[in-house]
Design a binder for this molecule. Structure first.
Ligand code: S3P
Length: 423
């Protein structure tokens, strides 16, 4: 795909349901014997892996009048389940927690890209709870899990990860005694919100600067949820508006869960005008967000905020090429363990387009403003890098050819059409 230099972007658009929330809605609904009703599920291809998994866990899944209806099995299957998680890390890590609490062996496998990612981060705490979790060499998937008879633990996350937190909490639902997860830095809280909505015995508190979440074992009631628009897809459109002079874009009904709005706050700090409509919604709040172009200035991003905008950091790199001064991102080593190493992938791609970029061990620094030039860049099979480089075409004044745009559908299949309708 290629994009060419653009005029101002203007208009109102929508994005499909949030990917993180959709994974959880589907997987948690599959754990309840009551009927769950989910509206606005993500179209992200990654979420199909979670839907397939829900069915393999014995849930009845149907679609009626735009609602997804899911009812978990009253008697979950005890026999071997082998689940293909595709390229979805969220599917695999959340399922590792769910299956650890079930009797019987299960296997979690996926595409080569997913098999290269670290899974020991979930295997270690789940073993501490009493599950047998075998990994391939290097702590990678496939995972062979023999679950059952778990005991609650107190676990401090060594890396700030909502996926690991969620895996331990979901295993905790089936453990004896209370499970507590301590997170040194807060991460997205969708699992907690949905568990509350489904009646789980879950509480959270702060002590000595550490955020803790405790969960008591127990069953779940049904879920009734409208999934708000994807915060990360909205961030892509917000970036487009923030980059192109004269732009003004409104994205309707976007997730404004406070653990997902850090990117929009950062955008405002960079000088962009960001306005929120009145929030609505239930367990997961949504609001219209309007972003208007203003000249950009550099910012600094540190470890405390990184987990709250981790998927948006490549967008920050592109924005920084147009901002006055040097933008520094630190404490973001986790970017190296995403679908691909997003630090080196971003640095390589932006350099090819003429940006002034330094690579750090746990981040990057970009000095702007720079006039980006025509070029060919490789997203290395990563949906988020593919979108960043495609947006660069809005600035380069001519064609930027991006290899790997077919992966964009992993999170935002409508990217090209929504962006095209704004230009
Ligand atoms: C996600 C958490 C983050 C994020 C990923 C989705 C989630 O990963 O990067 O895209 O839905 O919980 P980590 O848990 O590895 O930080």
């Amino acid at each position: 795909m290629s994009t060419a230099g653009s005029r101002a972007l203007r208009g109102v658009c929508t994005v499909s349901g949030d990917k993180s929330i959709s994974h959880r809605a589907v997987l948690l609904a599959a754990l309840s014997p009551e009927l769950s009703r989910i509206r606005g599920l993500a179209t992200a291809l990654d979420c199909r892996a979670s839907l397939r998994a829900a069915a393999q866990l014995g849930a009845a899944v149907a679609e009626r009048d735009g609602e997804l209806l899911i009812r978990g099995a009253a008697e979950p299957p005890g026999a071997t389940v082998a689940i293909d998680c595709g390229r979805s890390g969220t599917t695999m890590r959340l399922l590792a927690g769910i299956l650890s609490a079930r009797l019987g062996p299960s296997v979690l496998r996926g595409d080569p890209q997913l098999l290269a990612r670290p899974m020991d981060r979930v295997a270690i705490p789940l073993r501490q709870m009493g599950a047998s979790v075998e990994t391939a060499p290097g702590g990678r998937a496939p995972l062979l899990i023999h679950g059952g008879r778990l005991a609650g633990i107190r676990y401090r996350l060594p890396v700030a990860s909502a996926q690991v937190k969620s895996a331990v909490l979901l295993a905790g639902l089936g453990a004896e005694g209370r499970t507590v997860v301590e997170e040194p830095v807060p991460t997205r809280d969708h699992t907690e919100r949905l568990l509350v909505a489904m009646g789980a015995g879950i509480e959270e508190w702060w002590q000595d600067g550490v955020h803790s979440i405790g969960i008591a074992p127990g069953g779940l009631g049904g879920l009734d949820l409208t999934v708000p628009g994807d915060a990360s897809s909205a961030a892509v459109l917000a970036t487009a508006a923030a980059l192109v002079p004269g732009s003004s874009v409104t994205v309707t009904s976007v997730s404004v869960n406070p653990t997902r709005t850090a990117f929009l706050s950062l955008l405002a700090q960079m000088g962009t005008a960001v306005e929120f409509g009145d929030p609505g919604g239930g367990a997961e709040p949504a609001a219209d967000v309007t972003v208007r172009y203003r000249p950009l200035r550099a910012v600094e991003v540190g470890a405390a905020v990184v987990p709250l905008l981790v998927d948006e950091l490549p967008l920050v790199g592109l924005l920084a090429t147009q901002a006055e001064g040097t933008t520094v991102v630190e404490g973001a080593e986790e970017l190296r363990f995403k679908e691909v190493d997003r630090i080196s992938g971003l640095v390589e791609g932006l350099r090819r387009l003429g940006a002034e970029v330094e690579e750090g061990r746990d981040g990057f620094a970009v000095t702007g403003p720079t006039r980006l030039r025509v070029g060919t860049v490789d997203s290395k099979g990563d949906h988020r890098l593919a979108m960043v480089f495609s947006l660069a075409g809005l600035l380069a004044g001519d064609e930027v050819a991006v290899a790997g745009t077919e992966f964009i559908g992993d999170s935002f299949p409508e990217f090209a059409s929504v962006l095209g309708a704004l230009t």
